[in-house]
Ligand binder design. Structure first.
Ligand SMILES: Cc1cc2nc3c(=O)[nH]c(=O)nc-3n(C[C@H](O)[C@H](O)[C@H](O)COP(=O)(O)O)c2cc1C
Length: 398
């Protein structure tokens, strides 16, 4: 099926166009030039591309109504600055309509005399070679006259209206992490068997692989199969996997991250994590419609990325969040329907290696019973931590 918009056919709604095209990621460059007065002028552009090697041509597509483009329109040359992942603030500033947005920006002149911004990854000086009209934009083609790289940083990316970074090592790291985690799981498994026998419950381990929680190995004392859970990927996202950000500060921001920019969950996350740290373990109580939400959340890693699935997963996590790591008062005051208890296994330096999770609890447990389970779980996590200290794990465990 195709939709033609030739001749101004308004078949394509502007918001749909923006939404769908927003699924294509771009880098971010700043086009710099001198205006008619010789003052520096800058414009943030995602529509930059290399065009030809021989002759060396590049292009960008400015909107014709842009005031920054109007100011650089008469310039015979321009410079393309490839922004780094550390230049989000600069990009925001230079993308604003403030006529004085360039004031205070640090730069040096390129061979052609255009601003090379401090901290940009690379710069490309060009002479204006051709200008084509294309709808409400121009296609500006430049011949490259001088170019170089400067800052050895990763590039800034733009995707679906937000800034991001390129993680070159994600796949490599996942493989290294997996091999270390398999060794850790193998050491842990006999301890899970003892814990399951001791408590009469089910238990599994969770590790971080490629930024997700991965269920590695499990044992059941209840006759139920934990096998269906093995290999399951879950989002490392509040309220799940709280033991990881509780131990590793570098995980907190991503764990607490709100997709909805109007919502500020950092304070709530900090309170939860403080409780987990103080207790030494994390607890999830049964939330209303928990099984239904679990079914949605377990689509993570299988169907995530599909339109709507990520949104539903986020909503499901938000729906159950209130039942996780509640106040001491809640844990003291009534019979508890416990969903999970989790405790971290750490190395000699206190870095988290994995988390041991107990589940399959009977309903309406007395608070004292829950405390006993938590202590049995903690003792197991401690025993595994001790055993792993003497075990030579190959690099890659986080
Ligand atoms: C990541 C990003 C990419 C952009 N890409 C383009 C682009 O390719 N073409 C364009 O005309 N404007 C683009 N803009 C918008 C301009 O940078 C800028 O917001 C606009 O030109 C400001 O208005 P003014 O030029 O009228 O002052 C982009 C903005 C951002 C934040």
């Amino acid at each position: 099926m195709s939709t033609s918009n030739e001749g101004g056919n308004p078949a394509v709604e502007p918001h749909l166009f923006r939404d769908v095209l927003g699924h294509f990621p771009t880098g971010v460059v700043v086009i710099t030039a001198k205006d008619a007065e010789g003052d520096p002028v800058a414009m943030v552009v995602g529509s930059f591309t290399s065009v030809s090697l021989d002759p060396p041509l590049v292009a960008f597509l400015p909107q014709r109504t842009s005031s920054s483009y109007a100011r650089m329109y008469g310039a015979a040359d321009f410079c393309v600055n490839v922004l780094s992942e550390n230049q989000i603030e600069l990009s925001r500033r230079l993308a604003s309509r403030d006529p004085n947005k360039f004031d205070g920006v640090a730069w040096r002149p390129s061979p052609a005399g255009n601003p090379i911004l401090d901290g940009s990854v690379a710069w490309i000086d060009c002479t204006l070679t051709a200008r084509h009209t294309a709808g409400d934009h121009d296609i500006v083609i430049g011949t490259v006259t001088a170019l170089d790289t400067q800052e050895p940083a990763g590039p800034l990316l733009f995707f679906q209206g937000g800034y991001g970074r390129f993680d070159r090592s994600a796949a490599e790291n996942a493989a290294t992490q997996l091999s270390a985690q398999l060794q850790i799981s193998d050491v842990t498994r006999p301890h899970l068997e003892a814990l399951a026998a001791e408590t009469g419950l089910e238990t599994f381990t969770q590790s971080i692989i490629g930024g997700d929680l991965l269920i590695m190995t499990g044992v059941s004392a209840t006759g139920r199969s934990v096998r269906e859970h093995i290999g399951r990927r879950l989002p490392l996202r509040m309220p799940y996997g709280a033991t990881f950000p509780a131990v590793d500060e570098s995980l907190v921001a991503a764990w607490a991250r709100a997709n909805d920019s109007a919502h500020h969950p950092e304070a709530e996350a900090a309170e939860r994590l403080e409780r987990v740290r103080r207790r030494g373990w994390s607890i999830g109580l049964v939330a209303p419609n928990h099984d239904e939400h679990w079914a949605t959340i377990s689509q993570h890693g299988r169907d995530s990325g599909h339109a709507g699935v990520d949104v539903r997963i986020r909503e499901a996590l938000e729906s159950i969040a209130g039942a996780y790591d509640p106040s001491d008062e809640t844990l003291r005051s009534r019979l508890l329907n416990v969903r999970i208890l989790a405790a971290p296994v750490c190395d000699a330096n206190g870095a988290i290696l994995e988390s041991i999770v107990l589940f399959g609890f009977p309903a309406q447990a007395a608070p004292e019973q829950v405390q006993r389970w938590a202590q049995q779980l903690l003792a197991t996590a401690e025993a595994v931590s001790q055993e792993l200290i003497g075990f030579d794990i190959q690099a890659g465990a986080r």
